[in-house]
Design a protein around this ligand. Structure first.
Ligand code: G3I
Length: 319
């Protein structure tokens, strides 16, 4: 089992990304990010997404993703790659056109063939399709679903399998960390894929939780078991535990317990292959910009100090 982190370009580049209007002191952050003892695995948080890798149709650009993947290879950190098909962060050329189903399927195929081929042997896991379901387990009405039905899902996995037969191919989503309508639908999808002979190796449980609201150990392990008994791997792919700000000692203690629950659930599940936190330092988290008044969801403080959660995670991983 690996323990890893997502990393984004603005926080990784020395002094912060060049497009930022200010420079940040991220020297401590960079040391931790590149320390393979600390993080045995790395995921680019944004750089592999469609808007960045194929900004114009047929024109591929791997500048951002290479910035994260290359040092990870050099440091011997395992690479989980995210995400080939998602309804968010799509390039305007894709979203502003009306496509027929066969055109859009071919666009998906071309995109995946190029990106997965570029990273052949370098991306050991791929999140092939991300967040295809609504909370009630029906399919999300994305541009892909609206035009191709579920066809894009099969097309995407088949194209990824063809481009890098050795990569482990994942379906990835949030709120599928316990048994319920949404995770049940993922299991149904996997059955359908297998019936059609389309390869899928694993399911990514994003695990964006809240302090005190993390599903119990029993609930998480039961759900993992429901997947693994279908001959699937599972991975905790985007773990974070956000709180209502401001932070205090009680919240930090509960947050540490919540992290422990997810880490132990994975640790004690034979086919849970690893855990990824969705970045590791509070000020680089996606949470505050999405949930007003919430934040501090990660194991390191904004000034790269270890929080109580860091120590419980370390203990859980060692023990
Ligand atoms: O690239 C632009 C840059 O050109 C611009 O100058 C800068 C100004 O703020 O913004 C940059 O884009 C930001 C992008 O991240 C890249 O850093 C967007 O504003 C920002 O909205 C975007 O947020 C990302 C979000 O996905 C998009 O929905 C988060 O960083 C990323 O952590 C988050 O990750 C998702 C997973 O992919 C899927 N699961 C949920 C998870 C959290 O939302």
């Amino acid at each position: 089992q690996y323990f890893g982190t997502a990393i984004d370009n603005p926080s990784l580049a020395p002094g912060g990304a060049s497009y930022l209007p200010y420079s940040i002191d991220n020297s401590k952050y960079r040391k931790v990010a590149y320390n393979s003892e600390e993080f045995g695995q790395v995921t680019p948080a944004n750089g592999l997404k469609w808007m960045f890798t194929e900004p114009s149709r047929g024109q591929f650009n791997y500048t951002l993703s290479d910035e994260i993947i290359k040092p990870a290879i050099k440091n011997g950190q395992f690479r989980r790659c995210h995400a080939l098909v998602w309804h968010n962060q799509l390039p305007p050329w894709l979203t502003s056109q009306t496509w027929t189903a066969s055109e859009l399927l071919s666009v998906v195929r071309t995109h995946i063939a190029a990106e997965v081929t570029h990273y052949k042997g370098q991306c050991l896991h791929w999140d092939v399709v991300n967040e295809a379901f609504n909370e009630d387990g029906t399919f999300r009405p994305s541009i892909f679903y609206n035009i191709t039905g579920t066809g894009y899902i099969y097309e995407a996995f088949a194209a990824a399998a063809k481009a890098d037969p050795k990569a482990k191919l994942y379906y990835n989503d949030y709120n599928i960390e316990t048994v319920g309508p949404k995770s049940d639908s993922v299991r149904t999808l996997v059955k359908e894929m297998r019936k059609k002979g389309v390869k899928i190796d694993g399911v990514g449980l994003q695990s964006h939780f809240t302090v005190g609201g993390t599903p119990s150990y029993e609930a998480q392990t039961a759900n993992m078991a429901a997947f693994t008994k279908m001959d699937l791997d599972v991975a905790v792919t985007e773990l974070d535990v956000r709180m209502q700000l401001p932070s205090n000692g009680m919240k930090l203690a509960q947050q540490a317990k919540d992290y422990n629950t997810s880490v132990m659930a994975c640790k004690n599940t034979k086919r849970c292959v690893g855990i990824t936190v969705w970045d590791f330092q509070d000020n680089f988290s996606w949470v505050p910009s999405t949930f007003a008044g919430e934040g501090d969801p990660l194991p390191y403080s904004s000034t790269t100090e270890k929080k109580p959660a860091w120590y419980t995670i370390a203990k859980a991983l060692r023990g």
